[in-house]
Design a protein around this ligand. Structure first.
Ligand SMILES: C[S@@+](CC[C@H](N)C(=O)[O-])C[C@H]1O[C@@H](n2cnc3c(N)ncnc32)[C@H](O)[C@@H]1O
Length: 402
């Protein structure tokens, strides 16, 4: 017998199974995580060797850092224990600029992207698997709302800001529309921030020279989406996961059992230790930003989440890792964060294969030409890594962080 729902607004004659809940967005591109089977195919897309490949503008995008990270990986590949990275995992993918670049130029063989923000994950999943449909829809959104003039674009901006999947929508439709929402808001909102408080580029009045359309170039966006599609088709982009960083790191081990831990590298670029809740929908929230309590801005809570990540990396991480942080004195001062120089797994973790790798700490200087978030000029980025210390350089690019 079919259970019936009752209550205000629920017609008494309708069986419960016909009432579909608001769909959850899929956690992998397909129902199950995609296995690694064959050798990936060559990438022929012209963007593979370019400087910018990401269709998303992203607060904190690390495209300036990618060549330096690439250098670290290339150096490490000569080490007998490593000899190349078979899989680069990016659990805080955001705009994924580092992964897209390093797989394109051949520094790593494959990449896996993951993000807890369902909009961001949906975008990458759809760009990978429904590439042509997303390209067509991007052109339509541009022709119908951006090119049609500022008033039309603002109406569409409000529409997407308030849009969420309707009751009964299929999971696939919800994911596709979420991807379009992510892309539209990312290209038309101040600094690309996917957050309730950020307004459209150029403000409501649209009196600035830089108006809502200024970052929406269909040609370059669709070219970049095409690149993501080719990465997926050639099995260079293994999968896109919508999950919290901890689950991503745990699942990589259980899903990709055949990979040697020394040949897997996680590149982690978590939200800033300060102010992240103003930038990201998720702001380091494992509920994907949707279960966030009203007091999520509290500093102690934010720091606690960063401490949990540090504890995991020091005590439980089975494969190599590389972490980048907007430099902050707290990071290297606190034993609960990154003051220690070596991983310290307990006996059980050691028995399950966690090693006691040394941790190299470097500062690199990034030159931002313009950034609404950081201002113009130089910022220090802290890099921590368990790549073998003998291969992590200290030179004009990488200063010791001790
Ligand atoms: C600093 S951004 C990453 C920027 C990226 N490296 C780039 O180049 O564009 C941090 C990302 O982490 C995601 N995030 C926040 N909390 C998370 C969590 N608990 N687990 C996984 N991802 C999370 C945010 O949605 C955001 O996309």
């Amino acid at each position: 017998m079919t259970a019936r729902l009752t209550g205000p607004g629920v017609p008494r004659h309708l069986p419960a199974r016909r009432l579909t809940a608001v769909p959850h967005l899929p956690r992998h591109i397909n129902e199950l995580a995609r296995p690694i089977t064959d050798e990936p195919e060559p990438i022929t897309h012209r963007l593979a060797s370019g400087r910018y490949q990401s269709p998303l503008r992203y607060p904190g995008a690390k495209s300036i850092l990618a060549p330096l990270i690439g250098r670290l990986i290339v150096n490490a590949s000569v080490h007998p224990a490593l000899q190349g990275i078979d899989l680069l995992v990016e659990p805080f993918a955001g705009g994924a600029s580092t992964s897209l670049r390093l797989v394109g130029d051949g520094t790593v063989k494959r990449i896996l992207l993951a993000d807890a923000d369902p909009l961001v994950a949906a975008f990458w999943q759809v760009a990978a698997e429904q590439t042509d449909a997303l390209i067509a829809r991007t052109c339509e959104e541009h022709a119908d709302y951006i090119k049609a003039g500022r008033d039309h674009a603002l109406v569409r901006w409000d529409y997407w800001r308030h849009w969420s999947p309707r009751l009964g929508t299929s999971e696939r439709t919800a994911r596709f529309e979420s991807a379009v929402k992510c892309l539209f808001l990312n290209r038309t909102t101040f600094s690309g921030i996917l957050h309730g408080r950020a307004g459209p580029i150029g403000g409501r009045a649209q009196t600035s020279r830089y108006d809502i359309s200024c970052r929406f170039s269909p040609q370059s966006i669709t070219d970049r989406i095409g690149y993501v599609g080719q990465l997926y088709d050639t099995r260079r982009l293994v999968d896109v996961w919508c999950m919290d960083w901890r689950e991503t790191l745990n699942q990589v081990i259980s899903v990709y059992k055949t990979l040697v831990p020394d040949h897997v590298l996680a590149y982690l670029d978590p939200p800033y230790i300060e102010k992240s809740s103003k930038l990201y929908n998720t702001s380091f929230d494992s509920g994907g930003g949707y279960a966030r309590p009203l007091v999520a801005d509290l500093d102690w809570q934010n720091v606690l989440l960063h401490e949990r990540l540090a504890a995991y990396l020091y005590q439980r991480m089975r494969y190599r890792w590389l972490l980048s942080y907007d430099n902050h004195p707290r990071l290297l001062d606190s034993c609960l964060l990154y003051a220690r120089d070596r991983m310290n797994p307990d006996c059980d973790a050691k028995a399950s294969g966690v090693r006691t790798w040394r941790i190299s700490k470097r500062l690199v200087q990034l030159h931002y030409t313009a950034s609404a978030l950081r201002g113009r000029g130089k910022v220090n980025e802290l890099l921590l890594t368990t790549l073998p210390p003998s291969v992590v350089p200290i030179d004009a690019d990488f200063r010791s962080a001790h």
